[in-house]
Design a binder for this molecule. Structure first.
Ligand SMILES: [Zn+2]
Length: 573
């Protein structure tokens, strides 16, 4: 039997949005230094000029050898961008008929995934920015979320508020955005028009201006502050948001996971009282200047990725993107925060003095590295049952383990969490699921990774309990830990058995990828713009489905995190 510390946490009143919906922008903030509309002239060797003057053949890459490709890629490399990976280099499923190209704009370093699908009924675009509420200043909780609202309210080129939405609506499309912990994502969709009606380029031009010269309309500040406060009030009655914020505000105070990402009128104005008629009378301060600083720091070509999907061919899409996004600011020399840093050593599994768990001090690469501290500490936040009073009857237990981030190379390749998840959720006779069900203790059981940021992730087991199960909580937990013990013994005792499970799951994943059909264009663009930060472009379609060989050391090091001392167990009656 394990002993747990018991802690009753009453619902607190601050809540966090993982995904926050966008609402609304102003001029007068563009600085001439941001514009790079002219291309610097450099001396070009005569032979290069000769190549550029050759006739343009769109499909030339298909019929060339690899060596020739390099030559032609140089040739196709317009003055404005460099091709990172062209269509023939992308690994894709058998059913995928789309064409792909990844480019980098020379003016600002912005990387773009272009997707051509001449049969699509929806065209889409998405910008992913590597900045979220972990970047909020200490005295402005919710600033990244507020920024997301304000950035779409108008631009120098298209100053009218609502211009973008009106343009999309006229062309059968829409737009939205979300603010996450370390990221913000903006996306739009549009219905393709007639062949000579290039609605997508018009949308891209309006979309790009929000990342070139948003106006952050002063007159909209008060309204958007109140809009965010309304979102905050709506979330108070949601048990999901309540539980999530309880988890966050009980984290290590020196890690940004503790931050309150949604924000409200009070936090965004640093103490303002929303009951007063105006911001000036509220006793708080206007956050607009801090908003401009946030944009200056985070919105540049080194910190933004773009994905565009349309009916036009790749060359046409490339030209549209070059002409619309070339004036995004380039990264300042000290401002690049893209993806993860290069590994500092060859072996990404290393001994550390950080006390992540008690039995094994092996650390995975990136684990606990981003913010100078770990998000949860043994004895402070871990090894604890939290009894939470829900807004409505829930009868749920979550067993939540702090694990390495999924982008940690050994986790990314070996995916040890998938085997564990598979064994935990197995419903065969004698499994945890069948014993708990047979005894009338649960309605359901699921497991998987929830939160996943640059230096940690959370592996969750969710138990939906019957009334009997809730009254016999300790029995449920005892059976759970017995099952974990069986898996643990198997991992250490019989490598071949675990390898068999691993290989079965690997094959299933590869089969599902081989015959995977194209997904919704808007979701696709939104997700792939983010993937450009972490995955080589040519692997961006397949990486999530690829699993390496079974590695017993990795499996054991991963499983060593799944202990009573390294977990939190929020329970809701
Ligand atoms: Zn919002």
């Amino acid at each position: 039997m394990h002993r747990y510390t018991s802690l009753i946490v009453k619902a607190v009143v601050m809540f966090q949005f993982v995904r926050a919906f966008k609402c609304g922008f102003h001029p007068a903030r563009c600085r001439s230094a941001y514009f790079f509309s002219s291309i610097t002239k450099v001396a070009v060797p005569d032979n290069t000029i000769a190549k550029m003057n050759r006739p343009f053949i769109p499909n030339i890459l298909k019929s060339t050898t690899a060596d020739q490709d390099i030559v032609f890629k140089d040739e196709l490399m317009s003055k404005k961008s460099t091709i990172i990976a062209d269509d023939h280099e992308f690994e894709r499923s058998k059913l995928d008929r789309r064409k792909y190209r990844a480019i980098e704009l020379k003016s600002n370093g912005l990387q773009v995934l272009l997707v051509s699908d001449d049969e699509t009924d929806v065209e889409a675009g998405s910008v992913h920015v590597r900045a979220g509420h972990f970047d909020d200043p200490e005295d402005r909780a919710g600033l990244a979320h507020f920024h997301e609202h304000m950035v779409f309210l108008g631009s120098e080129k298209y100053p009218a508020e609502g211009d973008f939405e009106a343009y999309l609506a006229k062309n059968g499309g829409s737009t939205n955005a979300y603010t996450d912990m370390e990221d913000t994502n903006y996306y739009f969709s549009i219905t393709p028009g007639d062949d000579d009606d290039d609605a997508l380029t018009g949308a891209l031009d309006r979309f790009a201006q929000f990342f070139i010269c948003p106006t952050f309309e002063t007159s909209a500040v008060e309204r958007e502050l109140r809009a965010i406060n309304s979102e905050y009030l709506n979330s108070i009655t949601s048990d999901n948001w309540r539980n999530y914020q309880i988890l966050k505000c009980n984290a290590n105070p020196s890690h940004p996971f503790v931050k309150f990402g949604c924000g409200n009128y009070n936090t965004l104005t640093n103490g303002g009282d929303i009951s007063k008629p105006t911001l000036a009378e509220s006793g708080g301060t206007n956050p607009r200047d801090i908003l401009l600083d946030f944009w200056d720091k985070n919105y540049h070509g080194g910190n933004i990725k773009l994905c565009v999907l349309g009916r036009a061919n790749l060359d046409e899409l490339q030209e549209s993107v070059e002409n619309t996004f070339e004036n995004v600011r380039p990264a300042p020399s000290n401002g690049v925060k893209s993806g993860y840093p290069a590994l500092s050593q060859q072996n990404p599994l290393k001994i550390t003095t950080k006390s992540v768990h008690t039995e094994n001090d092996l650390m995975f690469a990136y684990e606990g590295e981003s913010y100078g501290d770990i998000p949860f500490r043994v004895g402070h936040e871990l090894g604890i049952i939290r009894e939470i009073i829900p807004a409505k009857e829930t009868r749920k237990i979550t067993i939540s383990f702090a694990i390495p981030p999924l982008h940690s190379p050994l986790i990314d390749v070996g995916k040890p969490h998938r085997v564990i998840s598979h064994l935990l959720g197995h419903e065969s006779p004698g499994s945890l699921h069948s014993v708990l069900s047979d005894e009338g203790l649960i309605f359901g059981l699921s497991s998987g990774v929830g939160v996943d940021v640059s230096d940690f992730a959370l592996f969750n087991i969710n138990l939906s309990l019957t009334a009997k199960g809730m009254s016999e909580r300790d029995r449920v937990l005892d059976l759970f830990w017995q099952w974990m013990s069986i898996i643990q013994n198997e991992i250490w005792r019989d490598e071949s058995e675990m390898e068999k499970y691993h290989d079965e799951l690997r094959q299933l994943s590869e089969i599902s990828y081989t015959y995977k059909e194209n997904t919704n264009p808007t979701d696709f663009c939104s997700s792939k713009a983010e993937c450009l930060f972490y995955t080589p472009a040519k692997d961006i379609l397949s990486a999530a489905y690829k699993t390496g060989e079974y590695d017993a050391d990795v499996a054991r090091a991963f499983f060593s995190r799944l202990t009573p001392q390294n977990c939190m167990m929020p329970t809701l009656p």
